[in-house]
Design a protein around this ligand. Structure first.
Ligand SMILES: Cc1cc2nc3c(=O)[nH]c(=O)nc-3n(C[C@H](O)[C@H](O)[C@H](O)COP(=O)(O)OP(=O)(O)OC[C@H]3O[C@@H](n4cnc5c(N)ncnc54)[C@H](O)[C@@H]3O)c2cc1C
Length: 614
């Protein structure tokens, strides 16, 4: 350990360890306590659960609510919707499972104090669209965090989890996790009987449109650093659909949400010549994706595709005609509040660019890609499904357990079940929490074992970037560029450039192909070699270094899955130039991967898609 031998190691023993205190993690914490009254439940979070995760800054709508008590929608309707949006490829059992429980979650949120808007005529929740309900959501996260805090035995804020620990007596069983305190630098060892990973998806793996100082202003929170995927795939969990990245059409430069404008305020989008363009592209879309172009509503990727076609034809900018939608003071307030509740930056862009939404339209643009299995796409870990409705080959014991024993997931972590959003992620956390309690109770005396050697090796690895800097900085003769180490920011910029230019980012208009992916993999492999020599000046940079490693591991999965799926299933999310069309005959399947950290080998395969809802 050399330079850092005086560093403290803190051991925490627990029954259930929840990693990440966002929506999935808070749901897992709440439900684990409900079913496991006498168990020790520990929540570990790299920030502070009060304001952490993708909902840190609040939201203006809950995007997943059935409204079954008012007979508005049924879970089967939701499965059909998600399946249509994802061009046929979803885990219907997982989506159904969330849909049948999500209303109960939203009712709990209301009971805990979340103000949900109501329709003055019906008294029902005010709908933004078919699945969304409007909220006054600036304090959404603190309200949910309070419930989690009251449920768990301990919350450890400011601990960045870097690795999962494996059972020394049972190679495919999880035994806890390690990480470090980003404030005092202590090394943390959590020994647990079950682990629920809810550590959020991945922003900043592709180069963002925002540059320079604006780089932190991306659609997805810049602190969502791919740990949900990095942690579980490195532990050997099977992953699916990692190529299914998400691209969003949003207000330009501020990434402001468009849902309330399109769905509630009924604003229309046109090209620069005032033409509505989607409908006229139907035939062209059919030639690419066949029957999926006839899905109602039109899948999100195809709506992006239409925008991209217009931009390529020089008919941009694309405009949202806010000025035609605001005809009352109330609508104007809803429009502004929509941003102030969740994307204040967009209101600032309007102010700085002299845009009064009552007077002028606003530009829309497609974002850089993100990986996020709780939003409108399906990346994540392959998980066991609910006993009563999952097909036999989709279940192996406990609901939401990954292919690693005792390792559960929720929210962005779990693949195949898009459109969970905040309420669905919390619901999935509850499902995982309940199953983890059962798992722990069934373990009885067979507690996972962690050997000292594993802990010591990880401890050394975790702090190595500080050591690299402490030694290498003496070679710097001027400025800050070191000959023997790279900084986390330089590493991040290299990663974003590789993913952007070779794996289907904004600079190629989301286009990629086998030769591009092969070259990308070559460059990514070199970056991985250099990451052994990453240098961290302080604990803050050490956190950046580990966030980068999680992003790089995840990016490799994205690249390999993209290479493996030889078709273009989601035009508008990305295109394979060498396979420009959807190919249902060969690819109506999930792509799956398994990474072996010991050998560095990736194993790719297909998994079947079963349809259980007619
Ligand atoms: C811009 C944007 C807009 C959205 N709009 C809506 C909307 O209008 N309505 C809606 O219902 N949903 C919306 N969502 C979706 C919703 O935010 C997510 O579905 C939900 O937050 C996912 O829950 P999660 O627990 O998987 O991730 P998160 O809620 O992001 O939580 C992940 C947690 O893990 C922590 N963490 C990460 N890495 C580590 C680590 N290594 N160690 C320890 N802790 C770690 C993070 O700090 C965070 O607290 C939106 C999301 C985004 C990004």
């Amino acid at each position: 350990m050399g330079l850092f031998s005086s560093r403290k190691t803190r051991i925490v023993d627990t029954d259930i360890l929840v990693i990440g205190g966002g929506f999935g993690g808070c749901g897992a914490a709440y439900e684990s306590r409900y079913w496991g009254r006498n168990l020790k439940v520990t929540l570990v979070e790299k920030a502070n659960i009060e304001r952490s995760g993708a909902v840190a800054h609040g939201l203006s709508a809950i995007n997943c609510y059935m409204g079954m008590r008012w007979n508005e929608n049924q879970p089967e309707d939701f499965v059909r919707y998600a399946r249509g949006d994802l061009m046929g490829l979803v885990r219907e059992d997982l989506i159904y499972d969330i849909a049948r429980h999500v209303d109960g979650t939203v009712h709990l949120f209301e009971e805990w104090g979340l103000p949900i808007m109501t329709n003055p005529e019906t008294g029902h929740y005010l709908r933004e669209g078919k699945w969304q309900v409007m909220i006054h959501g600036e304090s959404y996260k603190p309200i949910i965090a309070e419930a989690a805090r009251k449920s768990v035995s301990d919350v450890h804020n400011r601990i960045m989890v870097t690795h999962l620990l494996m059972d020394s007596t049972h190679p495919n069983r999880v035994a806890g996790a390690v990480g470090f305190n980003v404030r005092d630098g202590s090394f943390y060892v959590f020994r647990a009987k079950a682990v629920i990973v809810a550590a959020g998806g991945a922003s900043h793996i592709f180069k963002p449109r925002s540059v320079g100082e604006g780089m932190g202003r991306t659609w997805y929170a810049p602190w969502s650093s791919a740990s949900a995927y990095g942690l579980v795939l490195n532990a050997g969990a099977q992953m699916i659909q990692m190529e299914n990245r998400i691209v969003l059409a949003r207000f330009k430069d501020g990434y402001g949400p468009v849902g309330a404008w399109f769905l509630l305020l009924k604003a229309l989008a046109t090209n620069a010549y005032g033409e509505r363009f989607e409908a006229s592209m139907l035939e062209e879309m059919k030639s690419l994706v066949g029957k999926y172009a006839e899905t109602t509503p039109l899948p999100t990727c195809l709506r992006n595709h239409a925008v991209l076609q217009e931009i390529k034809a020089g008919k941009g900018p694309i405009y949202m005609h806010t000025q035609n939608a605001i005809d009352t003071r109330e609508k104007e307030e809803i429009g502004w509040e929509d941003f102030l509740d969740m994307t204040v930056g967009q209101a600032v862009v309007w102010a700085s660019q002299n845009i009064d939404p009552k007077e002028k339209p606003s530009e829309l643009i497609t974002s850089e890609p993100y990986v996020m299995g709780s939003h409108a796409t399906c990346s994540g870990a392959w998980a066991s499904g609910p006993e009563d409705c999952a097909p036999a080959d989709y279940q192996w014991g406990y609901n939401r357990m990954t292919t690693v024993e005792g390792l559960f997931g929720a929210g962005d972590t779990i693949g195949g079940s898009a459109h969970k959003f905040s309420s669905g992620s919390f619901t999935e956390g509850r499902i995982a929490g309940k199953a983890a309690v059962r798992f722990v109770m069934a373990l009885a005396g067979s507690t996972p074992q962690v050997d000292e050697a594993q802990i010591n090796t990880l401890r050394e690895e975790v702090f190595k970037p500080l050591q690299n800097h402490a030694i290498g900085r003496h070679q710097i003769v001027a400025g800050s560029v070191a000959p023997s180490y790279i900084s986390p920011l330089h590493g991040l910029q290299r990663l974003e450039k590789i993913m952007d230019e070779y794996v289907g980012g904004i600079s190629t208009l989301y286009m990629t192909s086998e030769p591009m992916l092969d070259r990308g993999l070559e460059l990514l492999t070199m970056l991985k070699e250099d990451l052994d020599h990453i240098g961290a000046t302080d604990l803050h940079q050490l956190q950046r270094a580990w966030e980068l490693k999680h992003r790089v591991w995840t990016s490799e999965a994205v690249l390999r899955h993209t290479l493996y799926r030889q078709e273009t299933r989601w035009p508008g999310y990305y295109y394979r130039g060498d396979f420009p069309k959807l190919d249902d005959a060969d690819w109506h399947a999930f792509t799956a991967s398994r990474y072996d950290a010991k050998t560095g080998e990736w194993q790719m395969s297909k998994l079947p898609v079963h349809h259980i809802v007619a």
